[in-house]
Every structure is written in structure tokens, then in C-alpha cells.
Design a protein around this ligand. Structure first.
Ligand SMILES: CC(C)(COP(=O)(O)OP(=O)(O)OC[C@H]1O[C@@H](n2cnc3c(N)ncnc32)[C@H](O)[C@@H]1OP(=O)(O)O)[C@@H](O)C(=O)NCCC(=O)NCCS
Length: 147
């Protein structure tokens, strides 16, 4: 999928994709993140022929497990089902890491759904601690990478 392009965008542009891929039950709305509209937040979308097929968000957020004054949290990582396993998620993460390095950010973490752990490991993330449940969503691992 060489024609897939990655773009920075406003949070509301990726709400439909986030909602369709990450909402926990049909007819429920995946809520916007509190940091969505902060100037420091970054939203990326992957596009194929003018259709949005993937997204992620990067927000300032401190997790107490990590002894780092500056931390960026990856949220809302999703690729449409029909477009998965074609390298689009990896392309989004690579683009995100480039932007963060340019901004001198050195630490990225996320609450990873357990099913997505192999994906995050393939992108250079490591787990921290044991698996835990997030109410209404399911099992997760805390994951991180040094940039
Ligand atoms: C997780 C997700 C974003 C991955 O996106 P993707 O575009 O399919 O991932 P990529 O094609 O870039 O995968 C890159 C590598 O990650 C690994 N990987 C990705 N998905 C995997 C899976 N289901 N099982 C095992 N390894 C996987 C592989 O090493 C893959 O490389 P390969 O296909 O050459 O073997 C996508 O599956 C998704 O949107 N899932 C549903 C929503 C979700 O769970 N989001 C995460 C919330 S924490």
C-alpha cells in the first residue's frame, strides 16, 4: 500500500474512525479524550485515496509507573479492519516517533489492549508489569518505548 499517506489533523477529523474501531459496543460512542483539543496534542490519520483508514493521537500525560518528567501517551491507535496487516499501523507509529523526536520528546507509553501487544512489540514497545483489566474494555498491558 505505497499510496497510503500520513497527515496531521484536528481531533474531530479522526473521531469517526476511532469510534468505529474502538467503541466497546455497537451504538455506543467512544468519548473524545480530555486532551483532544489541547495545543500540545498531535493527531495523525492515514489516508488511502481520500479515505481515512487509520489514526492515532499523542497527548501529554504522566503515568506514575514511569519516573520521567516528560511523557507522551499514545491513544486511539486504530486501523480499519479491512486495511490491517498491511503496514499502516507501523507507518503511523514511525511518523509519530519522527515528530516526537523532532520535538525532543524521549518517552512514549500507552495502555495496550492485550490483543495488540504483538503489534506494539513489533514497533519497539516493551511491557511494564502484569496484565490488568480496564473496565468495560478488557485486558491490557502498560507499554512504553524510549525514543
Ligand atoms: C493494532 C492495529 C492498530 C495494528 O495495525 P496494523 O496496520 O494492522 O499493523 P501493521 O500491519 O502495521 O503490523 C505491523 C507488525 O505488527 C505485528 N502485528 C500486527 N498485528 C498483529 C497481530 N494481530 N498479531 C500478531 N502480530 C501483529 C506484526 O509483526 C506486523 O508485521 P507483519 O504483518 O509483517 O507480520 C490494528 O490491528 C487495529 O486497529 N486493531 C483494532 C483496534 C486496536 O486494538 N487498537 C489498539 C488499541 S490499544
Amino acid at each position: 500500500m505505497t499510496q497510503v499517506t500520513i497527515h496531521q489533523c484536528a481531533a474531530h477529523e479522526i473521531w469517526p474512525l476511532r469510534n468505529s474501531m474502538l467503541a466497546i459496543a455497537p451504538n455506543t460512542t467512544y468519548p473524545p479524550y480530555p486532551q483532544d483539543d489541547l495545543a500540545s496534542s498531535i493527531h495523525l490519520k492515514a489516508c488511502l485515496e481520500y479515505h481515512d483508514i487509520g489514526c492515532l493521537s499523542l497527548v501529554e500525560d504522566i503515568h506514575e509507573n514511569f519516573n520521567k518528567a516528560q511523557q507522551i501517551r499514545l491513544r486511539g491507535m486504530a486501523v480499519l479492519t479491512h486495511a490491517q496487516r498491511k503496514g499502516i499501523g507501523a507507518k503511523l507509529i514511525n511518523y509519530a516517533v519522527e515528530i516526537l523526536r523532532e520535538r525532543n520528546q524521549t518517552f512514549l507509553w500507552c495502555h495496550a489492549r492485550s490483543a495488540a501487544v504483538p503489534f506494539y512489540k513489533a514497533q519497539g514497545f516493551h511491557t511494564n508489569g502484569e496484565e490488568y483489566m480496564i473496565d468495560g474494555i478488557g485486558p491490557h498491558y502498560l507499554m512504553f518505548q524510549q525514543l
